[in-house]
Design a protein around this ligand. Structure first.
Ligand SMILES: *Cc1c(COP(=O)(O)O)cnc(C)c1O
Length: 386
C-alpha cells in the first residue's frame, strides 16, 4: 500500500472495530426474494414499495406500449437538458405531473440527490434562513451546505420550536425556507403537513419545501403522496418526489409554480451541468406515472402489512416511532444492530442494520421497509420471528 493511503486504512480499521464498516453486498434478486451467501431471504430492505420493479407483467405491457407508439427512444440523452438533451418525453412527463397534481408546472431532475443538492443553492440568497428538521436526508443537508445560507435545524418534529424560531428570526431575513420530509426515511414517522401549511399561510416570507421520496406512490388516494392524503398539494411551494423508490424507475421531480421552475432552469447547477436521464427510462417513468392511480390495491395491501407489523412489534414491547411502511426496530449500539440483523438473516429475512452517521449515536436499528409484494404468510412469519 502506498504510504499516503495509510491514514485511510487506519480509519477503515477503526470503523470495523466499532461495527460501522460498510460494504457493497452483492445479492441476486428474485422477485421479493434476495439470494446471498447461499441463502434465500425475503427482501425487507427494498424501496420497491408497490412491488412494481419486479412486476414482469407491467414491464411486458410497457414494451408493447413502446412498440405501439413506434417512438425512437434512445438509451442516452447525450447532453444536458439545457443543450440538446431535452427530449419530448421530458415535457410529456412534466405536463403529466403538473396535471396530476393540479399545479402550474413540474421539473424533472436526474435523481433525488441531484434535486436536493440543487434546489436550495439555487433559491437561497444571502438573507435567506433555512429551518430544517434535524432528521432530513443527507442530500438535503448537502443542499443546505452548498447554499451557503444560514440554517437552523429544529429538533425532529418539534413544531413548537419551529414556531419560536420563526417568531425570533422573521424580521431579520428576506425569506425563510422550511425544509422537511413527509415520511422520514429512518424513523418512518410522518410530518403534519396541514400544520406546516397553516404556519406558512400566516406569513408572506415563508416557503415550504417537502421531500416525499418515501410517500409518493404509497400514500394518497391516487398515490401522489402525503400532500394528497392531507389535502395540502396547493400549499407546498416545492413539492418533491423521486421515481427510484415506489415508482420503480430513476429520477426525481419538483412540482411548483411556473416562475420557480423557470428560475431553477436558469440557476440550478445540478440540472444545468449534468447529462439528462435516458429518454427510454423517462418513457417508463411516464408509463408508470400514468397508471399510478390504478395501484390502489397495492397501496391498501401495504397499509395492512405495515399496521400488522407495527402492532406485532408493540405487542412484544418494542416501541417504534413508525407511522408508515418504514418500520425501525431500534436496538441501540451499532454492534448489537449488526448481530441482530445477522440473526434475522439466518431466519430468512434480509434486513440491514442502520448505524451512525446515518442515524444518531445510540439509536442504531434494523430498518424494515415493507412492500406490497410480500404475502400474508410472509407477514405472519415475520411477525412471529421478530
Ligand atoms: C432516497 C432519497 C433521496 C434520494 O433520491 P435518489 O433518487 O435515490 O437520489 C432523497 N430524499 C430522500 C428523503 C430519500 O429517501
Amino acid at each position: 500500500m502506498r504510504a499516503i493511503y495509510e491514514k485511510y486504512a487506519e480509519e477503515l480499521d477503526a470503523l470495523k472495530a466499532s461495527g460501522n464498516l460498510r460494504t457493497l453486498s452483492s445479492g441476486l434478486h428474485e422477485g421479493r426474494w434476495i439470494l446471498s451467501g447461499g441463502q434465500r431471504m425475503l427482501n425487507l430492505s427494498s424501496n420497491d414499495y408497490l412491488g412494481l420493479a419486479s412486476d414482469t407483467a407491467l414491464m411486458k405491457e410497457f414494451r408493447e406500449w413502446l412498440r405501439d407508439t413506434g417512438k425512437q427512444l434512445p438509451l442516452s440523452s447525450s447532453s444536458s437538458r439545457l443543450l440538446t438533451g431535452n427530449f419530448g418525453v421530458f415535457s410529456a412527463l412534466e405536463d403529466t405531473l403538473a396535471s396530476l397534481y393540479g399545479r402550474e408546472d413540474a421539473l424533472v431532475l436526474s435523481s433525488g440527490y441531484h434535486m436536493n443538492a440543487g434546489i436550495l443553492p439555487a433559491l437561497c440568497g444571502k438573507d435567506t434562513l433555512i429551518l430544517a428538521d434535524k432528521l432530513v436526508h443527507a442530500s438535503l443537508i448537502d443542499g443546505i451546505r452548498l447554499s451557503g445560507a444560514r440554517c437552523i435545524r429544529y429538533r425532529h418534529q418539534d413544531y413548537g420550536q419551529l414556531e419560536t424560531l420563526i417568531e425570533k428570526e422573521y424580521s431579520g431575513c428576506d425569506r425563510i425556507i422550511i425544509v422537511t420530509e413527509s415520511i422520514f426515511s429512518m424513523d418512518g414517522d410522518t410530518a403534519p403537513l396541514q400544520r406546516l401549511t397553516e404556519l406558512k399561510r400566516r406569513q408572506d416570507k415563508i416557503m415550504l419545501y417537502v421531500d416525499e421520496a418515501h410517500a409518493v406512490g404509497v400514500r394518497g388516494e391516487r398515490g401522489l403522496g402525503l400532500a394528497e392524503e392531507t389535502g395540502c398539494i396547493g400549499d407546498i411551494d416545492l413539492l418533491c418526489g423521486t421515481f427510484g423508490k415506489a415508482l420503480a424507475s430513476v429520477g426525481a421531480y419538483v412540482v411548483c409554480d411556473r416562475v420557480i421552475k423557470e428560475y431553477l432552469v436558469n440557476r440550478m447547477r445540478t440540472l444545468i451541468f449534468t447529462t439528462a436521464l435516458p429518454p427510454l427510462n423517462m418513457a417508463w417513468t411516464l408509463f408508470v406515472m400514468e397508471r399510478l392511480s390504478g395501484f390502489k390495491g397495492q397501496r391498501e395491501r401495504l397499509q395492512r402489512h405495515s399496521a400488522q407489523f407495527r402492532q406485532a412489534l408493540q405487542a412484544k414491547g418494542f416501541g417504534t416511532p413508525s407511522e408508515s411502511h418504514i418500520v425501525p426496530f431500534i436496538v441501540g449500539q451499532a454492534a448489537d444492530a449488526v448481530l441482530k440483523a445477522e440473526d434475522m438473516r439466518r431466519k430468512g429475512f434480509y434486513v440491514l442494520p442502520i448505524r451512525p452517521p446515518t442515524v444518531p449515536e445510540g439509536t442504531s436499528r434494523l430498518r424494515f421497509s415493507l412492500t406490497a409484494g410480500l404475502t400474508d404468510e410472509d407477514m405472519d412469519r415475520l411477525c412471529d420471528s421478530i
